[in-house]
Design a protein around this ligand. Structure first.
Ligand SMILES: [Zn+2]
Length: 254
C-alpha cells in the first residue's frame, strides 16, 4: 500500500489529468480518492476544482463511520449527513470532504480497489441523460472498452447525491458482483456521470478516458442508425484473453 505522501502525489496527478483540459470535470465537479490503509483515505474537499487541486484540498478521513452509514438503511437528514462528513476528518481544521465521500469510503473497501475517480464527462453524461443509458452500460461497442472499462458497467438510477446515492451504488455493485463474480471497473450514474475504480491511478484514468471515447463513438454511431454492439461471446473472448490481461497488468505498474 502507498504511503500518505505517495497517495497524495498520485491523486494530484490524477485530478490534474481529469481536470479542465479534458473537460471531464469543470469548477467543483467530480472527485478523487485514494486509500492510505484499511482505516484512512484521502478525498477531494468539497467545492475544489480537480484541475487546480492542491495538497491542502485533499482531506484525510476515517472510513469506518462512513462505511457504516452506507450499510445502514435508516433515513439521514442533511444536517446528520453534514456532521458525518465533518466528524470523519482526521484533522478538525481540514476542509470539508466532498459530499460524495460516503460512496468513496464504501467502494474503497472492495477487493483490489485503492483509487477512485468520479467525473461528469460530456459524452458519457449525454448518454446517461438518454434512453441509451442501459444499452451503453450492458453492451460494448469496441474491444478497448472491454479491456479498460470492463465487460459491462454497473448502472445506477438518478437519486439525490450524498448518502442516498452511496446506498444505491452499494446495492447495485453487490448485485453486479453476485451476477458476474467480479468487481466492476466502471459505475455509470444516470443524469449524472461516471465512477471508475482501480488498483492504481493509471487504471482509473484509463477507464474514465476509454469510457468517454467509447461514449463518443456510441453517439457518432447512433447518428447513422442504431449502434451495433459487439456480440456477448466476443466481449467474453476479449475479457478472457491473456494478451489483454497483459495490457491491463501494464497499467498496474508504477
Ligand atoms: Zn458527481
Amino acid at each position: 500500500m502507498d504511503s500518505i505522501s505517495e497517495v497524495c502525489r498520485e491523486l494530484l496527478g490524477l485530478a490534474h489529468y481529469l481536470g479542465d483540459a479534458r473537460q471531464m470535470a469543470i469548477y467543483g465537479e467530480g472527485n478523487v480518492s485514494g486509500k492510505v490503509d484499511s482505516e484512512v483515505f484521502l478525498v477531494k474537499a468539497s467545492g475544489t476544482s480537480l484541475s487546480t487541486l492542491t495538497e491542502d484540498e485533499l482531506v484525510e478521513v476515517r472510513a469506518r463511520s462512513l462505511v457504516d452509514a452506507v450499510e445502514d438503511a435508516s433515513p439521514m437528514i442533511d444536517e446528520e449527513a453534514n456532521k458525518l462528513l465533518l466528524d470523519s476528518r482526521q484533522n478538525s481544521s481540514a476542509l470539508k470532504p466532498s459530499v460524495e465521500t460516503t460512496f468513496h469510503a464504501w467502494l474503497l473497501t472492495l477487493p483490489g480497489v485503492a483509487y477512485i475517480g468520479h467525473v461528469h464527462a460530456k459524452a458519457v453524461s449525454a448518454i446517461m441523460c438518454s434512453a441509451h443509458a442501459e444499452k451503453f452500460a450492458l453492451h460494448r461497442i469496441v474491444p478497448d472498452q472491454v479491456v479498460y472499462t470492463g465487460p459491462s458497467s454497473v448502472i445506477v438510477p438518478y437519486v439525490d447525491p450524498g448518502i442516498v446515492l452511496a446506498r444505491h451504488i452499494a446495492k447495485a455493485v453487490r448485485t453486479y458482483r453476485s451476477a458476474t463474480g467480479h468487481v466492476p471497473k466502471t459505475i455509470l450514474l444516470k443524469n449524472h456521470g461516471i465512477i471508475a475504480l482501480g488498483g492504481t491511478v493509471q487504471e482509473v484514468a484509463a477507464a474514465l478516458s476509454m469510457a468517454e471515447k467509447a461514449a463518443r463513438i456510441h453517439l457518432d454511431a447512433a447518428a447513422l442508425g442504431p449502434p451495433i454492439f459487439m456480440e456477448a461471446s466476443e466481449v467474453a473472448r476479449i475479457a478472457g484473453r491473456s494478451d489483454e490481461h497483459y495490457r491491463q497488468a501494464m497499467l498496474s505498474r508504477k
